[in-house]
Design a protein around this ligand. Structure first.
Ligand SMILES: CC(C)(COP(=O)(O)OP(=O)(O)OC[C@H]1O[C@@H](n2cnc3c(N)ncnc32)[C@H](O)[C@@H]1OP(=O)(O)O)[C@@H](O)C(=O)NCCC(=O)NCCS
Length: 154
């Protein structure tokens, strides 16, 4: 991708929570978006952390505990999509959980969410389960697993 240099990815801090909630509301339908209380709670989970880029233009919340990790949410502003930010956030998350000793990263994605499924497939995600009618629209959740890089130096 040519053009402006990629905005650096940095850890999310408590002061970022209002902006993250506003971004989540732009990125997800109203019945799926998380408010400040939920985002603060996710960041406060054992092993929980967030990464963001831009003002923010995109962020990920994840956790790594006892050798396993999961993505809790990943969101890119509709105005900033298809510029590689989702892929960079996913890659940074894989590095971060590898540094925390996780051997695998799990996530759930709606079977009808073609953009996210394409993003995860490119990262080598394997389908390891399915939760029937998991989402409010009646779609199934696919449970995916991605193996983080080994030997990450952070
Ligand atoms: C899914 C999401 C995070 C992708 O973010 P993004 O910054 O647009 O993704 P990227 O630009 O890094 O795309 C990387 C690759 O993913 C795939 N991809 C991303 N969006 C796609 C789309 N709309 N259609 C098809 N493939 C897509 C492509 O392979 C793309 O590579 P390419 O642009 O070179 O073809 C973003 O669409 C989003 O926030 N969606 C709403 C929230 C959501 O669904 N989150 C995931 C929940 S599990």
């Amino acid at each position: 991708m040519s053009g402006a240099p990629a905005k650096p990815i940095r850890p999310a801090a408590p002061a970022d929570v209002p902006a993250l909630a506003a971004l989540h509301a732009r990125a997800f339908p109203p019945d799926e978006c998380w408010g400040e209380t939920a985002i603060r709670a996710m960041l406060g989970l054992e092993g929980g952390f967030g990464l963001l880029a831009g003002a923010p233009d995109g962020f990920v919340l994840a956790r790594a505990v006892a050798g396993e990790a999961e993505i809790l949410t990943l969101a890119v502003d509709p105005a900033a999509r298809r510029l590689g930010l989702g892929a960079r956030l996913l890659s940074a998350t894989l590095d971060a959980v590898a540094d925390r000793g996780a051997a695998c990263l799990f996530l759930e994605v709606s079977e009808v969410n073609a953009p996210a499924r394409a993003l995860y497939a490119r990262a080598g995600a394997e389908e390891v389960g399915r939760r029937r009618r998991y989402y409010a629209d009646g779609s199934d959740a696919l449970v995916l697993r991605i193996t983080p890089p080994s030997g990450s130096t952070g």
